[in-house]
Design a protein around this ligand. Sequence first.
Ligand code: B12
Length: 248
Amino acid sequence: MKSDNKKIEQTIVEKAKELGASLAGIALVKDLRASPSYAIYDKKPFYEEYKGVEWRPEHKSILVWALSHPASEPALDWWSMKVKGFTPGNGIMRLQSRKLRIWLGEELGIKALSLPYQIEYGGAFLKDAAHLAGLGVIGKNNLLVTPEFGTRIRLRGIFIEAELDPTGPLTGFDPCNGCDMPCHRACPRGAFRSGSFERPFCKEENDYREAHMEMVDGSIMGIEEPCEVTKPCRICEFACPVAQGDSL
Ligand code: B12
């Protein structure tokens, strides 16, 4: 199905925001297939389980949305095996995803697939999708930088069985141009030593943190009992000067 007007895209984006998305937009899956990550990932997959990206041909568009993860709410990003969706933030986004998928089917008659987080289980490259959908741009920190929240967002996506009009990319937003890149200097492992992001150094820091869990009160994570959490590194994110202020 090809949409004739903008209304359906607007309706979908507005629904995502009504359900709590901080930002939302739409991209075409064929553009995502042409994105840098898609080409690179086959050669350098992050997880061994990866057997190649297999997205079904009927999935024409992706709805991608962001949930703001301000520094003032660090627990949104903490990992625990005891928490549904592993982090409280992801737990919220999983629910949003489910509600959106059901709404798309029931209200608009459009079939959709809630995407898992990991690429090897059928997930999509969410930063690239968000760039194409106009939520922000890929910064020198290798993260999506948005005008409204800087880098301090998490992403989620749904594949849609309809060819919709993309809502991006953004024009006139070029935050890294002229920035002296505090993100590069801030990395405790020097993951940007070559001038661009090098995954193994970043992974070293995150592996270290995974091996040094901390016990926290369950109420912080939305569960009853105390639990051990991993606090992933956010240093390059917080070093980014974009939109520091209100959203923190
Ligand atoms: C595996 C993974 C990791 C691994 C490996 C990271 C890696 N980049 O290789 C590890 C554990 C190290 C990691 C670290 C982090 N991650 Co991570 N990670 C993922 C995951 C699951 C897949 C990413 C991936 O493998 N991509 C494929 C590789 C090939 O691409 P890439 O290196 O990420 O970068 C590509 C793009 O930037 C793109 N690109 C570059 N320029 C351009 C230009 C255009 C126009 C386009 C379209 C694309 C594009 O090409 C690059 C390849 O060269 C995603 C979730 C998802 N499903 O997307 C989250 C995700 C990317 N991570 C996220 C975050 C927040 C982090 C951390 C801050 C840790 C944390 N607190 O969670 C760090 C930041 C590291 C950094 N500066 O990049 C967020 C990003 C949010 C944002 N604002 O962008 C995501 C989307 C998860 C989420 N919950 O929302 N991560």
